[in-house]
Write a protein that binds this ligand. Structure first.
Ligand code: UDP
Length: 320
């Protein structure tokens, strides 16, 4: 049985990845400090170590006998990364360095890393392929770039092989409702809509309706979290079958506008939502969309979820 350490496996994406690995009969240990991850997200079939990526000794202990690491731990709020870069330097950068160094010491040779479309910054062309220049416009994106660069060096110098998976907009929940924890203080569109729909907040705003897009609101590439999870499993599988290290976009290649998300949410929820139009949010590009062919080619991966209503339904199912 292949032994995988899922670092950050109690978080939103990590818990879906852990489930996918369990479904595919991997031996899974989740390593998480539970700062934002939740015990409710853990499946009984995975072992659990409560530990911090800043605790090098604890990380090293967790890596004994492990065949591959999936690293999804770290801070992820773009705005916060600009206000408090120190937090991101320590958690995302020092934490990632610790993971690589622990891998060297424990002779673990394979890593799948949770990267982001934030590495690209303002798109110079669309759809964004993996050759697009990396030019992050926030510190969060910079931390992802740094780890990608580090992994390339550790491959040359220490033989560590990697897959960096650049997520576009992750949305949805496990259709079988096995992930139980909701994110506290969500920063992203769909969980904010859910909070408004359930009166956890008093309505929401659409940031900008004067963009040069299909309906004036921003367009994004929304990818279901369970599809992200299957890509991680395939990435591990490919690393073990000798595939070269890669950076791969994970998206659907299709755009959905903010207005379309809101309209679809109203249909799924079955009632009108309270919202208003507000000025553009600083730093938001009009359109972000992946050219995702390389992941299809390298991993043999295609997203199962392509209908935004179906995706939103899996999120709404968490509420009802
Ligand atoms: N958005 C919005 N209202 C909100 C939150 C987000 O209109 O309360 C928009 C945001 O401007 C962007 C899209 O929804 O165009 C997706 O934003 P999110 O923060 O979920 O992800 P991002 O694309 O920034 O990674």
């Amino acid at each position: 049985m292949v032994k995988v350490l899922v670092i950050g496996g109690a978080g939103y994406i990590g818990s879906h990845v852990a489930l996918e690995l369990i479904d595919k009969s991997y031996d899974v240990t989740v390593y998480d400090n539970l700062s934002t991850g939740q015990k409710a997200n853990l499946t009984q079939e995975a072992k659990f170590i409560q530990g911090d990526i800043l605790d090098f000794q604890s990380l090293k202990n967790a890596m004994k006998g492990v065949d591959a690491v999936i690293h999804l731990a770290g801070k992820k709020a773009v705005g916060e990364s600009m206000q408090n870069p120190q937090l991101y330097a320590v958690n995302n950068m020092q934490g990632s360095i610790n993971i690589l160094n622990a891998m060297v010491e424990e002779n673990v040779k394979n890593i799948v890393f949770s990267s982001s479309a934030a590495v690209y910054g303002i798109p110079q062309y669309l759809p964004i392929d993996e050759q697009h220049p990396k030019n992050p416009m926030n510190f969060y994106g910079y931390t992802k770039c740094m780890m990608e660069d580090l992994m390339a060096w550790y491959e040359k110098l220490k033989g560590i092989r990697y897959m960096a998976l650049r997520y576009f907009n992750a949305v949805g929940y496990d259709a079988l409702k096995r992930v139980k924890g909701k994110e506290a203080n969500p920063q992203n569109l769909l969980p904010i809509i859910m909070d408004a729909a359930t009166s956890r907040r008093d309505g929401f705003q659409i940031f900008g309706n004067d963009y040069d897009t299909k309906d004036g609101t921003c367009e994004r590439d929304y990818i279901h979290v369970s599809d992200l999870a299957t890509a991680h499993e395939k990435a591990i599988h490919k690393l073990f079958s000798g595939e070269q290290s890669r950076c791969l976009n994970l998206g659907t290649g299709k755009t959905v506008s903010v207005q379309q998300v809101v309209d679809a949410a109203e249909q799924v929820i079955g009632k009108p939502l309270k919202y208003s139009y507000a000025p553009r949010r600083a730093g938001d590009p009009a359109v972000l969309v992946a050219k995702a062919d390389l992941a299809f080619k390298v991993l043999g991966w295609t997203p199962r979820y392509t209908d935004i209503k179906e995706i939103i339904q899996t999120t709404w199912n968490m509420e009802i």
